[in-house]
Design a protein around this ligand. Structure first.
Ligand code: SF4
Length: 308
């Protein structure tokens, strides 16, 4: 079995690529942004995917594209409209970043999503994963995307780890990911790895029936009964500041508050106990810092203040 990427012979490498690409061709999801050639669609999809389960990504993506079919549509929208369209999609700073990115593309990149990796990385909310997705789906470039599913899959197949996020240095995964990619296949290869890691090589992997079990360095360990330790439990949402921020945004998103509302009313609605008023005010200030809300002259509202 391979212990490093260099131990993988060309024959095994070729077999591994073929098996995973064949699996993807048969079982992979046919999401609209994967058909290629639309960098804006790829950017929207990649931002929607951040920290979000794939089952929810399509809904969010379709809502955004229906409201803002083109990059200029997104750039011309108000911040409040963008946040209303994003709705309860979670992590609304992503909507602000996407909106800002659209404006920057219009102003500094001749009205288009840039192809250059460094220009993409300079856009708000765009990290290496999002930049790679835009490049491979949008432009057909050989860009390597690395998400948690891909880290887990590569760490197991190549390095024989049970829980690669804990056991394998990121640079080793990155190097292996570049070596594994066959030039010209990134737009199929990246989603193949993502989906295989998300559906077969899951935290508790389905090794029985796995198409690459014969090439996987971790398979014998799982067969012997070893278990992957969970990376971390998701913090409780109920009662968290994230939940309170969500409620606050819901209140500001209410059409009755489209032109803003008195901060005192907001505090009275969300902080029935006087002791909670300070917390609500602090959360509102944090939302303003993040560009999700405004407050001015004792009033507050969603997005940026409309001064017309
Ligand atoms: S054999 Fe098991 S650990 Fe290896 S790739 Fe397949 S599912 Fe993952």
């Amino acid at each position: 079995m391979a212990a490093t990427i260099d131990d993988l012979t060309p024959q095994r490498l070729g077999r591994l690529r073929s098996l995973l690409l064949d699996w993807y061709d048969e079982f992979g999801d046919d999401f609209p942004w994967r058909s290629g050639g639309d960098p804006y669609a790829a950017l929207v999809a990649a931002v929607c995917s951040q920290q979000t389960q794939i089952s929810r990504v399509l809904v969010l993506y379709e809502r955004w594209i229906a409201a803002f079919p083109t990059l200029p549509d997104a750039a011309a929208a108000t911040r409040a409209r963008v946040l209303r369209v994003w709705g309860r999609g979670g992590y609304p700073r992503r909507a602000v970043a996407l909106h800002e990115s659209a404006r920057i593309c219009i102003e500094r990149h001749d009205g288009a999503v840039p192809r250059d990796e460094q220009a993409l990385l300079a856009l708000p909310g765009v990290g290496p994963f999002t930049a790679a997705i835009v490049r491979c789906y949008g432009f057909g470039d050989d860009a390597v995307a690395i998400d948690t599913n891909i880290v887990r899959l590569i760490g197991r197949i190549v390095f024989g780890d049970l829980q690669p996020a804990r056991e394998t240095p990121p640079r080793a995964i990155e190097r292996a990911a570049h070596r594994l990619l066959r030039p010209g296949t990134a737009a199929r290869w990246n989603p193949a790895l993502m989906e295989y890691g998300g559906r077969v090589c899951t935290p508790r992997p389905h090794c029985v029936g796995c198409v690459v079990a014969g090439l996987c360095a971790a398979a014998p360990r799982f067969r012997a009964g070893e278990r992957a330790e969970p990376v971390r439990a998701q913090p409780a949402f109920e009662g968290s500041d994230r939940q309170r921020r969500g409620r606050l945004l819901d209140t500001l998103r209410d059409p009755a508050n489209a032109r803003g509302m008195p901060i005192a009313t907001l505090v009275a609605e969300l902080a029935p106990e006087p002791a909670e008023a300070k917390l609500v005010r602090a959360l509102l200030a944090a939302l303003c810092d993040d560009g999700l809300a405004w407050s001015d002259g004792g009033r507050c509202g969603l997005g940026e203040r409309d001064r017309r």
